[in-house]
Design a protein around this ligand. Structure first.
Ligand code: C2E
Ligand code: MG
Ligand code: MG
Length: 263
């Protein structure tokens, strides 16, 4: 059953205390090399007796209620805890990085960069272990504070990813102006390669442009072998989507990493 905003905010403190939020991981695969190259951390709210809630049911409520930053720092700490354990496990293949979602509200907060750096230090991880995803609409709307924070984070060694590129607010100027390392092609964009010749031409041209700008790329929402092949053939081999795996709990993700990537 969906929850109203008031209910989300009311239940949040107890849910945090009882550790009802769980981090799921969705692998990112280099389709050309058939290799896992990273993962995205995606939060779920596992409510006792009431079932699992997807982020769309509570992240926007927490953003408007001013509580998202508390959850995000918890998620990042969980991710660092898992990464530290994986790095110490000789059975686990090296996983260079995990991408986490950063809300625009997080960036507006005080001491954001210092707090983030402190978590990585506590777990003995380099800044490059976390890739920070900021959605393109935040990039388009947030103004100079976002730009300044992104520059600072990058100087500290974090890798910055523009999430949901092509989902509606993108301005090509933004790509030239903002200090991003990686662009995540939105599912809507990826779907164009199965929607006729014009869609394919557009997607191919965007990939080409990103390559010439020397930006990294991850395609999101890849659901079929045809999409994966098209993207790889046009220069975007790093991909994420149900075709490879849905987001799964940490234990299942570990199992998956121990097996070779499929597809
Ligand atoms: P996002 O960051 O763009 O994450 C990608 C979303 O696409 C995820 O939805 C993922 O499960 C879904 N997805 C992945 N592959 C496929 C596919 O092949 N087909 C389809 N149809 N969907 C696919 P999810 O987990 O429901 O997350 C939704 C959004 O909630 C995320 O979009 C992100 O903006 C936000 N979010 C998730 N976790 C967090 C978090 O810890 N903190 C914050 N601030 N936001 C989060
Ligand atoms: Mg994301
Ligand atoms: Mg996205």
């Amino acid at each position: 059953m969906p929850m109203q905003q008031g209910e989300v905010l009311k239940n949040f403190p107890q849910a945090m205390e009882q550790r009802q939020f769980q981090v799921y991981f969705q692998p990112q695969v280099d389709f050309a090399r058939r290799e896992f190259v990273g993962a995205e951390a995606l939060v779920r709210w596992i409510r006792p007796r009431a079932g699992m809630l997807q982020p769309s049911a509570f992240v926007p409520c927490l953003e408007s209620g001013g509580l998202i930053t508390q959850l995000d720092f918890y998620v990042w700490e969980e991710v660092c805890r898992f990464m530290q354990a994986w790095r110490a496990d000789p059975q686990m293949p090296a996983l260079q990085s995990v991408s986490v979602n950063v809300s625009r509200c997080d960036i507006r907060g005080e001491n954001f960069c210092a707090r983030l750096a402190a978590i990585l230090e506590r777990y003995g991880l380099p800044a490059g272990a976390l890739h920070l995803e900021v959605t393109e609409s935040a990039c388009a709307q947030e103004g100079p504070k976002l730009l300044e924070t992104c520059r600072q984070l990058r100087e500290m060694g974090f890798v910055l990813e523009m999430d949901d590129f092509g989902s509606g607010y993108s301005s090509l100027n933004m790509l030239g102006e903002l200090p991003f390392d990686v662009v995540k092609l939105d599912k809507g964009f990826v779907d164009r390669c199965t929607c006729g010749e014009r869609g394919r031409l557009l997607l191919g041209a965007v990939i080409d442009m990103l390559r010439q700008l020397e930006l990294g790329m991850v395609a999101e929402g890849v659901e079929s072998r045809g999409q994966a092949e098209f993207l790889a053939a046009h220069g975007c081999p790093v991909q994420q989507g149900y075709y490879f795996s849905r987001p799964v709990p940490a234990a299942a993700f570990c199992e998956m990493l121990r097996r070779p990537a499929t597809g």
